[in-house]
Design a protein around this ligand. Sequence first.
Ligand SMILES: Cc1cc2nc3c(=O)[nH]c(=O)nc-3n(C[C@H](O)[C@H](O)[C@H](O)COP(=O)(O)OP(=O)(O)OC[C@H]3O[C@@H](n4cnc5c(N)ncnc54)[C@H](O)[C@@H]3O)c2cc1C
Ligand SMILES: NC(=O)c1ccc[n+]([C@@H]2O[C@H](COP(=O)([O-])OP(=O)(O)OC[C@H]3O[C@@H](n4cnc5c(N)ncnc54)[C@H](O)[C@@H]3O)[C@@H](O)[C@H]2O)c1
Length: 445
Amino acid sequence: MDYDVVFIGSGQGAWNGAIPMAKRGLNVAIIESSLWGGTCTNRGCNAKFTLDRPAELVFEARELVGLGIDQVPKINWADLMAHKQDVIGPLSDKMRQRMDKGGVHTITGHAQFVDAHTLRIDDRQTITADKIVIVTGQVPHRLDVPGRELMHDSTDFLSSASLPDRLTVIGAGYIGMEAASIASLAGADVTLVTDGNAALRSYDQTTVDRLVTIMRQNGVKFIFNQSITAAHQIVGGIEVTGDHDFRLETDYILDATGRVPNTSGLNLAAVNVQTNAHGIVVNDHLQTGEPNVYATGDVIAKSVAKITPTAVFESHYLADLLTDQTSAPIRYPNIAVNVFTMPRLASVGISPAEARQAPERFRVETVDYAQDWFHQSDNEMGSEITLIYDQADQLVGAVDMSNQAPDTINTLLGYMELGVTKAQLDKMIYIFPSNTWETRKRIIK
Ligand SMILES: Cc1cc2nc3c(=O)[nH]c(=O)nc-3n(C[C@H](O)[C@H](O)[C@H](O)COP(=O)(O)OP(=O)(O)OC[C@H]3O[C@@H](n4cnc5c(N)ncnc54)[C@H](O)[C@@H]3O)c2cc1C
Ligand SMILES: NC(=O)c1ccc[n+]([C@@H]2O[C@H](COP(=O)([O-])OP(=O)(O)OC[C@H]3O[C@@H](n4cnc5c(N)ncnc54)[C@H](O)[C@@H]3O)[C@@H](O)[C@H]2O)c1
């Protein structure tokens, strides 16, 4: 065999495990057909976050208009996009160097299976491996309607040279909500259209309703229960049409209707690897139907969130499994999740809906930040935190919608995972004033 382990795809689900495997003595290669580091690094989290920072400043300045702020800063999209390119552009090369330095062989090209131990790369090279890991991620779902060529995906949007005057976002998931938030705070007239009656379905819907209200107050128009059936060019723009005589004139359409597992170019017919609508089917050792073929990251069918931290966790697990550091099945701990809207919406653990269904087991406590001096100083009106405790008064879940929500939920995740008690928290001396102090205060009160 040419290699002990070969990864197909170089994203977070691959290199985080590949480097430790190489350091522990395995002969490891990663094959990548596009940018090194995959989606998160080049066209996902990092690119989005760079565009989001000024939007965050605009939002926070707006909250203080008349309370000490006279002028809200204005985003210069062209400069921001150039800055994003300066930050994100070099990352692919840096990521490849990181993998090379970590002792991993990096091979450029598109890989597909010949058999369970053999991969063909771009019809130019064939390599063999004892074990193969599929980490090919997801690709944007695209609406199959007339005029789809006039629509853009998240990769296009995150590289758009100019900010459209009128932006139509289709879909109210992570990508649609985050793009709507950034674009509207950057000055676009944003309409978000979705086929269902709810946004961000995996989040606590009471809090999501409050988020939608705040986004509406900040200029995003929401249209629920609306299917889009076509788009066509008109003088001065694009017309989007849908059922029930829906018509909307716009300048740019972002199709944010989801992402689908990237399995079609792998020639899976040559191996015993099963897929379903959610991705590659794996067992609790991330093993496919082919005993030497594994899969990690977004491409697998999994019940946990398809986000970078779960891909990294799986990659680390596989490094331990394939270097005999563990033989145990993968067990996910509590997973903190966050939507980068303004305000942020983050959650962890038992949801308020689950807790309310079992009042004999859980206590649910919601704190309206409008009543709280710390958030009043930012004028964070409409924001709130919900905390869920079990019978032993131990924190088991939380939902926070506020400007600081990711850090609040990260802090609470630590308390939950380590089983930190109120008595222990009472003995910690945090910085005051700070978000961590306020979060702790809420628990020990
Ligand atoms: C717009 C956007 C914003 C996001 N924001 C966040 C966020 O804020 N936080 C967060 O946690 N997650 C976020 N995510 C999700 C996150 O990007 C993914 O969970 C993560 O990138 C998954 O990593 P992965 O390694 O499984 O796959 P990917 O990073 O998608 O990597 C797959 C790689 O495989 C390569 N490949 C595919 N087929 C082949 C082949 N046949 N041969 C060779 N190479 C191949 C692809 O080119 C790609 O580089 C975001 C995603 C998007 C799209
Ligand atoms: N902050 C983060 O962690 C983050 C950010 C962005 C993306 N992601 C990841 O990216 C992936 C994709 O996210 P997403 O937001 O694209 O997908 P999603 O599946 O969460 O949302 C898709 C949205 O499109 C709507 N939709 C689907 N078909 C439609 C149609 N025909 N017409 C109108 N609306 C339609 C759905 O109702 C839903 O609101 C997820 O795995 C997510 O975890 C994570």
